[in-house]
Write a protein that binds this ligand. Structure first.
Ligand code: IMP
Ligand code: MG
Length: 201
């Protein structure tokens, strides 16, 4: 339904966040590059999981959602999807000390299943390391990680990454699932935040 009045509606909390271009320093990965690489990952995953045991893709909310939905369109082997949300303890959203709390648990039982975690970005590695530790106690047949972005130079703990879309420099990025104060996840590209205009917490 189309309402003419909708375009004049005001969202007060958006006033200071109206235009992503204000916070964008540069486009790091274009929509076309993202889609091309994601298609390649889908082909690779489909090949590797040709004989999978009830493959389950686990998306970590919320950043991984766009990646998951695009990636699964390129996965040709039968698979299910499930979601979990975690909150990491640490300073702001920039640092994580490796202690995670599950705020939304999986619906699926992962025992004896091939499990592939779909993540938006791996930075220090602390978050994914503790997710791996936690999920491995549930005895999946296999447990692997697929991340769209890898800030490899920031790594503090070694984590096994089976599939990686792009290795990126140590810059704070947003778009394509990654947010600035929960906004702009819908952007089809990955952009670098202009730190003169946006204070990363
Ligand atoms: P790690 O535990 O240090 O690997 O942190 C991973 C989490 O930090 C990601 O799931 C993101 O929520 C967040 N993060 C790290 N770098 C960025 C970034 O450049 N933009 C947005 N979020 C980021
Ligand atoms: Mg995240």
């Amino acid at each position: 339904m189309k309402r003419a009045a909708a375009s004049t509606m005001k969202f007060p909390e958006m006033d200071s966040m109206q235009d992503y271009r204000k916070y964008l320093k540069e486009v790091l990965i274009s929509a076309e590059e993202l889609q091309k690489r994601i298609a390649e990952l889908g082909v690779e995953i489909s090949r590797d999981y040709a004989d999978a045991q009830r493959l389950l893709l686990i998306c970590i909310l919320r950043g991984g959602v766009l990646f998951l939905t695009d990636l699964m369109r390129h996965i040709t082997v039968p698979h299910a999807v499930d979601f979990m949300a975690i909150s990491s303890y640490g300073v702001g959203n920039r640092q994580s000390d490796g202690h995670v709390r599950i705020t939304l648990d999986l619906t699926a039982d992962i025992r004896s299943r091939d499990v592939l975690i779909v993540e938006d970005i791996i930075d220090s590695g602390n978050t994914i390391a503790s997710v791996l530790e936690l999920l491995s106690t549930r005895k999946p047949a296999s447990l692997q990680v697929c991340t769209l972005l890898d800030k490899a130079e920031r790594r503090e703990v070694e984590v096994p990454i089976r599939y990686s879309g792009f290795i990126i420099p140590n810059k704070f990025v947003f778009g394509y699932g990654l947010d600035l104060d929960e906004y702009f996840r819908n952007l089809p590209f990955i952009g670098v935040v202009d730190l003169d205009k946006y204070q990363v917490k």
